[in-house]
Design a protein around this ligand. Sequence first.
Ligand SMILES: Cc1ncc(COP(=O)(O)O)c(C=O)c1O
Length: 434
Amino acid sequence: MSNKLLRTFLNEPIPTYIDRGEGIYLYTKDGKKLLDTTGGFTSHAILGWSNKRIIEAMKRQLDKITHIDYKVYSDENRDKLAELLLSRAEHKLNRVYFAGNSGGEACEAAMKLSYQYHYDLGKKEKTWFISRYQSYHGSSTDALAVGDRPNLDFYKPLFPKNRAKISEHNQYRYKEENESLEDYSKRCAKELEDKILQIGPEKVCAFIGETVMGGLIGNVPPVPNHWKDIREVCDKYDVHLILDEVFCGTGTSGKIYCCDWDGVTPDFLFMGKTLAAGYTPISIVLTNDKIEKVFKEGQGRVQHSTTHQGHSLAVVAALETQRIIHTDEILNHVCKMGELLRNRINHELSSHPFFMNVRGRGLRDSVEYKCPNQNEFGIKLTQIMKDEHNILIDGKWHRVCFSPALNIKEEELNLVLDCFIKTFKKVAENWPVS
Ligand SMILES: Cc1ncc(COP(=O)(O)O)c(C=O)c1O
């Protein structure tokens, strides 16, 4: 143990040392074997650890070259990854831009590409970005500014100007009792329209949203047609639609692109985190040839760039990861396991007084509960699952999020659910309600 390390949580015990990962299990230095349903805590490990195919592909690449610049050299693997990533896309995006390493970088890259498009067309005033409360897009300053994390509000003096927010899209909390899903969707789209009109359409560059509101609020899928309604408003005012699929993309929803469940084509879509399943950092922005044409005839280049964009080793890790994920077998498995999770929890917990709902797409699911001291309730569930069952879950605030590796086996998922349902009932039984 070193006291030279500046850790994140300075008033908490030193976190567990991990020795290795194998499949969906983490092995700790002190000899424990933990089944992880959190994808490495930040939901990146979508194929578990020590995947032989990915490791072998990376080793082969290491012997060739680790990285060659994206701007001035070509790398066949980048071409192959771009082709593969678009091969199952139902949306109409047809260009892949290798943005950098993190999701936050990809968010900023998408924002800059969006602005460059307007700028190159002479619409230099389009500097406003609108996003939603309860969103997370990354921790670089502009990604933070379009996100919403109250504990990071102290950074506000550093934020760029011309950022605005509308309500989170959450049918479970904000749909009125007598309102149809359709009307709720229209009301949310109207709020965006009102915000655009308030700022002035000639000043608004883009609207940014997670396709499914993810890790903060806990996997709330949009109501049917919601993204189509939003798209319509964006089109009306020449505002780009930027979708964040850092958390909900690359097959985690049961389709490669989560927005393909919604039948919508954004102008930009960005991914990171899960692209190479955590074997390396890498992030991308998808866009289309119409945007490319404007850049080509404008400044002649994409102005955003970083040293490690399209990192050659990371591209190989992503390519092998995506070859595994771009199969009917795994995508069908994700849909089936997601249904199993939601059905079992619904079936076995829905009459429980603390239970609110279970929701999600594919293997990105959350259980919402309501009780006194609910943050502590989630933390207690997490602690008991770990201490008594050697299973890692992410419970806090008002929800437990599940984001296990996509190749989790049915018997492993059933074991998680057996233990979770039992733990939920047991902790609730002794929970002080007054
Ligand atoms: C939806 C979403 N967008 C963006 C990010 C930022 O990604 P990164 O932490 O790689 O910058 C995250 C990370 O959790 C995320 O969940």
